[in-house]
Design a protein around this ligand. Structure first.
Ligand SMILES: Cc1ncnc2c1ncn2[C@@H]1O[C@H](/C=C/CNC(=O)c2cc(-c3ccc(F)cc3)cc(O)c2O)C[C@H]1O
Ligand SMILES: [Mg+2]
Length: 214
């Protein structure tokens, strides 16, 4: 039977990356997507911006919305301090299965909790189910129409503190206009646009970093 693109991406990781070496997993995926098959990972150019935000913040608790194949999951987790935790939500079981194996190949199982389910279902369960008090960083890379409702849900669930950072992918392409308007207009956020390009292409895209002011 035909393989899927995520399965072929996993194959490229298992063929070209070194087990237990997260950065080689990131590199293998970028090579595959640049030279073989495009896939919707945040990619190497926006990935460097993601790296700088994570390194500067040094977060203890990270939430990622939209795991897909686990590229940004591995990229973020590879930069986290020893006892830090990353929870990543993915509701597509086929993607979750691939991401789980990509994470295992990188040797990051201890830092990453992959949850198969929707953000709407699991954001309200963060505290009781995962013992999460506050989120230091939220990386949003799921359906673009869910960025705004999920941001409001994070606020309502009391998961954001003064200084919590929301980092959203694709605010230009495919775009999330209602989210952008909200974080840029709201007095409760200090928002900043990092101009870049859509992964593996020359099209404009960027990340929006929004600091919650409490
Ligand atoms: C609500 C919810 N909860 C948990 N997981 C969720 C969820 N909504 C989606 N997900 C999961 O996240 C992933 C969805 C990601 C959506 N990302 C995209 O649609 C996306 C699309 C493009 C793109 C740009 C130009 C083009 F011409 C074509 C595509 C680029 C990107 O970087 C993207 O992230 C997979 C899905 O199962
Ligand atoms: Mg994206």
């Amino acid at each position: 039977t035909q393989s899927t693109r995520p399965q072929r991406l996993l194959g490229a990781v298992q063929k070209n990356a070194t087990r237990g070496d997260p950065r080689s997993v990131v590199k293998a995926i970028d090579e595959f997507c640049r030279h073989k098959e495009w896939a919707m990972n945040v990619g190497d150019e926006k990935g460097c911006i993601l790296d700088s935000v994570v390194s500067e913040l040094n977060p203890a608790t990270v939430l990622e919305l939209g795991t897909y194949c686990g590229y940004s999951t591995v990229r973020i987790a590879s930069l986290l301090p020893p006892h830090a935790k990353l929870i990543t939500l993915e509701f597509n079981p086929d993607y979750a299965k691939i991401a789980c194996q990509v994470i295992a190949w990188a040797g990051l199982e201890d830092k990453i909790q992959l949850v198969e389910g929707s953000s709407a279902e699991w954001i309200p369960k963060m505290k009781e189910h995962f013992g999460v008090k506050m989120l230091d960083l939220v990386f949003m890379d799921h359906w673009k129409d869910d960025y705004l409702p999920d941001t409001k849900l994070l606020e309502d669930c009391g998961l954001l503190r003064k200084g919590s950072v929301l980092l959203a992918d694709n605010v230009i392409c495919p775009g999330s206009p209602d989210y952008l308007k909200y974080v840029r207009r709201s007095p409760r956020y200090k928002s900043q646009y990092f101009r870049s390009h859509l992964e593996y292409t020359k099209a404009e895209d960027g990340l929006e970093k929004s600091v919650f002011l409490g």
